[in-house]
Design a protein around this ligand. Structure first.
Ligand code: HEC
Ligand code: HEC
Ligand code: HEC
Ligand code: HEC
Ligand code: HEC
Ligand code: HEC
Length: 503
């Protein structure tokens, strides 16, 4: 193989050397990360940013050298300059200085490029960058995140995780996102679920490894009814996350689904996975397989075969799909604010009025805040002038709390709210667990995925005041009493059928 004559010059040799070494380094690092599955995002930084830049630099230097060489050849032919050779003589102090300056300059240059890309890398990984660069688009996720139990976990710890390959994947999809933001091509709301999300077990389990899961969790809830007195209704539950004795592992309890001997697959017929008519449970030890189908609305044979209805293996995300972007429903965030004392229970009908104004559709957050404030002011000044005037501070504080909570949970500009993003823990506003535990998912031999109210939790306490408060001891459970008399309707009807559209 012969190269053009002009290639044979020092500058092009240097370019070749730089490009060649970079290529070798890339191959070497790639082999390490690929075959040994080691490597952090930092290797990714070198592998995909710094060394390729050097490679490109080398490739640019080659033709530049060729250009100069050709020009010199032409000049030589015309006799304009004397033929010369490059001679570096380190005994000559001028040459020595030149070499020294050149070497130092190169090192400093590479070093600064390194720092530069390292910083660029850090900035693109930071919570601020992820959360605010595309401000309006990700405002809902960013705001909800800041109020979540994961506010101190960075976006990339869940969305990218460790390893160079996911770093690149995320930056590539990031490029597409930049394009869609610039040209306003993004959907509102951003669709859920995120199909390209890294498997939860590779990210969540970095911090929550199953060995350290709790067996039980106490959940104490305070609800307020939409009546004149905002009647308080307390419910304490003992969630049976694991077995009664943690040494037993995941042989029973809620986290049984992620037992390594258990595999649960399902098919959903809703884009957001809010309905699951087909579930297959495989016991990986005995290889026993049980197929459960929703007998009330089974999938048709044809639907099962259709290619876009793929089976999905259940993991953390099928219950904890909102670990960080929690959009609470108005009834829930108002209950929390009353419980926290931000909204006074002494204001008559405050829960009911809040429900009325919060469940309307608004076009922007600003207009929502204005209308909500105005409506509540006009209602209380007309209907309860004594309270409105005598306890003006109390009423104003409540109105501020209601609008503050609205700002944290509802984002009309992006159509993001509890309605658009189901939360699969529980079963009140969304079917959540009842997507499978509906009582009508049955196998051909008569097994049912249980809807027994004591399967997942026991009720330790329920009621509204000292007279009607029921209390059980830690080992027993109360029979559920619905806060409003609905004639046992909750036994037959899924909670969400009423609770999605209660207000
Ligand atoms: C604790 C882990 C975790 C952290 C931290 C986290 N996310 Fe998420 N995020 C998720 C999960 C899980 C989903 C997907 C839910 C699904 O697919 O149902 C998601 C979904 C999203 C979505 C898609 C829309 C939606 O709400 O489903 C966006 C956008 C997003 N996250 C942005 C961010 C940004 C920006 C940050 C940092 C400010 C961040 N995330 C931090 C876990 C996390
Ligand atoms: C970088 C570490 C980290 C990662 C990654 C992480 N978490 Fe967490 N998680 C935490 C911390 C810290 C808390 C708060 C302390 C606690 O409650 O244990 C927490 C709390 C929780 C809780 C309890 C929430 C509550 O209301 O108290 C759940 C559930 C949870 N995480 C699920 C997840 C899921 C699902 C993922 C994966 C999408 C995930 N976490 C990823 C660190 C992490
Ligand atoms: C994709 C379907 C699916 C979803 C969603 C689901 N489960 Fe299950 N669950 C199952 C199946 C299948 C079984 C096993 C039924 C059997 O063999 O009788 C099961 C069993 C259980 C058990 C009994 C475990 C034992 O043997 O002790 C508990 C507890 C449980 N689920 C809790 C929950 C909770 C809580 C949720 C919601 C956060 C939930 N499940 C969501 C499919 C599901
Ligand atoms: C079948 C549904 C389901 C699955 C699957 C599931 N969880 Fe949970 N998990 C729950 C429920 C229900 C609770 C109780 C918390 C509550 O009621 O808010 C819980 C509690 C937790 C908690 C808080 C209590 C504790 O032990 O620290 C963490 C952390 C957690 N889960 C992490 C995970 C991770 C990580 C995975 C995946 C490896 C996972 N869960 C899979 C339903 C599930
Ligand atoms: C498959 C598991 C499962 C079954 C079966 C189940 N629940 Fe629940 N339940 C949950 C989970 C998970 C939560 C959420 C706890 C939380 O918010 O942290 C919950 C919450 C509740 C709450 C508290 C209010 C709320 O929604 O936050 C009540 C009350 C309740 N359940 C009653 C019942 C009754 C009554 C039944 C029987 C018809 C039942 N549950 C069956 C898993 C289950
Ligand atoms: C037939 C319709 C219906 C069904 C089914 C139903 N509820 Fe309710 N629920 C109501 C009504 C009506 C109220 C009263 C609302 C108010 O006054 O704010 C209520 C109030 C509540 C409250 C207190 C207020 C709040 O929103 O937190 C809880 C908790 C509750 N229900 C839990 C459940 C659970 C859990 C189930 C399923 C096991 C269920 N409900 C099934 C109609 C229903």
């Amino acid at each position: 193989m012969k190269l053009p004559k002009s290639y044979y010059n020092t500058l092009s040799y240097i370019g070749t050397l730089v490009a060649g070494l970079s290529l070798l380094l890339i191959i070497f690092l790639f082999m390490i990360t690929y075959f040994f599955h080691v490597g952090s995002s930092y290797i990714g930084l070198f592998l995909y940013i710094i060394i390729p830049s050097l490679l490109v630099l080398g490739l640019i230097i080659i033709p530049v050298g060729m250009f100069f060489e050709r020009r010199r050849n032409r000049l030589e032919e015309k006799g304009k300059i004397k033929k010369s050779k490059l001679i570096i003589d380190l005994n000559n102090y001028r040459h020595r200085n030149a070499v020294f300056i050149f070497t130092l300059g190169t090192i400093v240059f590479i070093f600064l490029t390194g720092i530069g890309s390292y910083e660029a890398f850090h900035i693109t990984e930071s919570v601020k960058f992820c959360g605010t660069t595309c401000h309006t688009v990700m405002k809902p996720e960013y705001t909800a995140y800041q109020n979540s139990p994961h506010a101190n976990v960075t976006c990339v710890e869940c969305h990218v995780g460790e390893g160079a390959d996911w770093y690149v994947k995320s930056k590539l999809s990031g490029l597409y996102q930049v394009y869609s933001v610039i040209f306003k091509k993004y959907p509102k709301p951003i669709p859920t679920p995120v199909h390209s999300l890294r498997p939860a077990r590779e990210t969540c389990e970095k911090c929550h490894w199953p060995k350290k899961f709790y067996s039980n969790l106490l959940v104490s809830e305070r609800h307020y009814l939409a009546d004149k007195n905002n009647t308080e209704w307390d419910i304490n539950l003992r969630m049976k996350i694991g077995p009664n004795h943690s040494a037993n592992g995941f042989t029973e309890g809620i986290h049984w689904h992620i037992n390594k001997n258990v595999k649960i697959e399902y098919i959903t017929n809703k884009e957001d996975r809010s309905s699951i008519p087909w579930v297959r449970y495989i016991n990986k030890v005995t290889n026993d397989t049980v197929l459960f189908e929703n007998t009330e609305s089974p999938l048709k044979e044809k639907e099962i075969e259709e290619s876009d209805l793929k089976t999905r293996e259940m993991d953390c995300m099928d219950c904890h799909n909102r670990p960080s972007h929690v959009y609470s429903a108005p009834q829930d965030f108002v209950d929390e604010a009353i419980s926290a004392g931000l909204i006074s229970r002494d204001i008559p009908k405050i829960k009911a009025r809040a429900m009325k104004v919060l469940n309307k559709k608004y076009s922007t957050q600003d207009s929502a805040i204005m209308i909500i404030t105005e409506k509540l002011n006009s209602y209380y000044s007309k209907k309860y002038p004594e309270i409105y005037n005598d306890s003006a501070q109390l009423v104003q504080k409540a109105i501020v709390a209601i609008t503050d909570e609205y700002k944290k949970n509802v984002f009309p500009e992006m159509n993001a709210s509890w309605d658009a993003y189901p939360n699969f823990i529980g079963h009140k506003e969304y079917d959540g667990c009842f997507r499978c535990h509906s009582g009508s998912h049955k196998s051909s031999d008569g097994q049912t995925i249980s809807k027994d109210c004591n399967l997942c939790h026991t009720i330790l306490k329920q009621g509204s005041n000292a007279e009607n408060m029921e209390v059980a001891d830690i080992d027993s459970s109360l029979t559920f009493k619905h806060p409003e008399d609905i004639d046992g309707e909750w036994k037959e009807t899924n909670c969400s059928e009423c609770h999605r559209e209660l207000y």
